[in-house]
Design a protein around this ligand. Structure first.
Ligand code: GRF
Length: 202
């Protein structure tokens, strides 16, 4: 099985995936890491691990469709089975979604459906919730709204800042993202309306 990972920045979730591939927790190889930002630190993490990297500049394309078609073509050329968004700060449009139906995962730093979109940890803190967390979900046309594969809860502590809360959420992100990738690759699941349902292995 082959993974394609899409990033925009730091790449700590990418690193968690690289580590899980290296120690066999994810039964797959990372075929390519694609970034929409030239200076994304995650590109260096990929190079350090000997993984093929690609920078695709959105400004080189007339619109989202054209950009997404280029991303899809790069993934298909490498026979990618599962696409993992790991801090990829762009909406994924139909040109990419249709190429990988139910084959694109995203990690989001809240317990969805609470706090979709940007700055989820700040949203949680400002709302005053006492528990937040992380969610891995299948990507659909609804922003942060696809079927949920795995979640982990993180308590909000008195005195938390966006930074301290984000750091604890990130620990859970790095734990559940490789696990969710393993579950999706392994198969034995189905979708019942919007529920991700794991069925008993036959
Ligand atoms: C993570 O918090 C992830 O949940 C969100 O963007 C951040 C990316 O961090 N989608 P990193 O680039 O994986 O370190």
């Amino acid at each position: 099985m082959k993974l394609g990972v899409l990033i925009s920045g730091r790449g700590s979730n990418l690193q968690a995936i690289i580590d899980a591939v290296a120690d066999g927790r994810i039964p797959a190889a990372i075929a390519v890491v694609i970034s929409n930002r030239f200076g994304a630190a995650g590109l260096q993490r990929a190079r350090d691990a000997g993984i093929d990297t690609l920078y695709l500049n959105p400004r080189d394309y007339p619109d989202r469709d054209a950009y997404d078609a280029a991303v899809a073509a790069a993934l298909q050329a490498r026979h990618v089975d599962l696409v993992c968004l790991a801090g990829f700060m762009r909406l994924v449009g139909p040109r990419l979604l249709d190429e990988f139906p139910n084959r694109i995962l995203n990690i989001h730093p809240s317990l969805l459906p609470s706090f979709p979109g940007l700055d989820a940890q700040r949203q949680a803190l400002e709302h005053g919730v006492q528990i937040t967390g992380a969610t891995v979900h299948l990507v659909t046309s609804e922003l942060d709204g696809g079927p949920i594969v795995l979640q982990a809860a993180v308590p909000v502590l008195p005195g938390d800042t966006v930074e301290s809360l984000s750091a604890r959420v990130l620990v859970e992100e790095h734990r559940i993202y490789p696990e969710a990738i393993r579950i999706v690759l392994q198969g034995g699941w189905t979708l019942a309306a919007r529920r991700f349902v794991r069925v008993a292995a036959s």
